[in-house]
Design a protein around this ligand. Structure first.
Ligand code: GDP
Ligand code: MG
Length: 179
């Protein structure tokens, strides 16, 4: 803990179907790296990234599933203590978008409603094979009360912004003592 200051550590989970790009969003955010051949697991539980909000240092502890989502077996330990969530689909695969409601149900089962949520349409670089329109994403987000953004872990579009919006929202929840 810094002298005279508070320390903020926010647990954020990244969820969504297998191969939507969760691990790559995280490695782009934390290390500015992209892995074309990434396997279902990268073998780490979480990565911590320091972000500045309102002149304060905030540690974002971002959790990545180790491939359990393939078996619909993400455990409650994964969600425990989370204050933010990125719920990710792949804009080139409609089925991953259709799964979003199920992921939201799961999130609601494990976490309370104050969790800051962002709907993320990843792989927006794949415009030529787009299968989910921007409007569909927007309208689902509106319906479910989520922030919405399209990202590309491949070319970096909006990745930092996606995490930063969630972190700012968590921070403002904390400031209002909602958590
Ligand atoms: P996860 O299973 O959700 O963690 O997905 P990964 O991060 O392992 O990515 C699955 C596959 O999609 C890999 O082959 C990645 O290279 C690819 N991928 C991830 N993000 C993007 C992206 O933004 N654009 C494109 N074109 N491919 C991506
Ligand atoms: Mg992964």
């Amino acid at each position: 803990m810094e002298e005279g200051g508070e320390e903020y550590l926010f647990k954020i989970v990244v969820i969504g179907d297998s191969a939507v790009g969760k691990s790559n969003l995280l490695s782009r955010f934390a290390r500015d790296e992209f892995d074309q051949n990434s396997k279902a697991t990268i073998g780490v539980e979480f990565q911590t990234q320091v972000v500045e909000v309102d002149g304060k240092e905030v540690k974002a502890q971002v959790w990545d599933t180790a491939g359990q989502e393939r078996f619909r077996a993400v455990t409650s330990a994964y969600y425990r203590g989370a204050v933010g969530a990125l719920v990710v689909y792949d804009i080139s695969r409609k089925t991953t978008f259709e799964s979003i409601k199920r992921w939201l149900d799961e999130l609601n089962t494990h976490c309370d409603t104050t969790v800051a949520r962002m709907l993320v349409g990843n792989k927006c670089d794949l415009e030529n094979i787009r299968d989910v329109s921007v409007e569909e994403g927007e309208s689902l987000a509106k319906e479910e009360g989520l922030f919405f953004i399209e990202t590309s872990a491949l070319d970096s579009t909006n990745v930092k912004t996606a995490f930063e919006i969630v972190i700012r929202e968590i921070y403002s929840n904390v400031s209002r003592k909602v958590l």
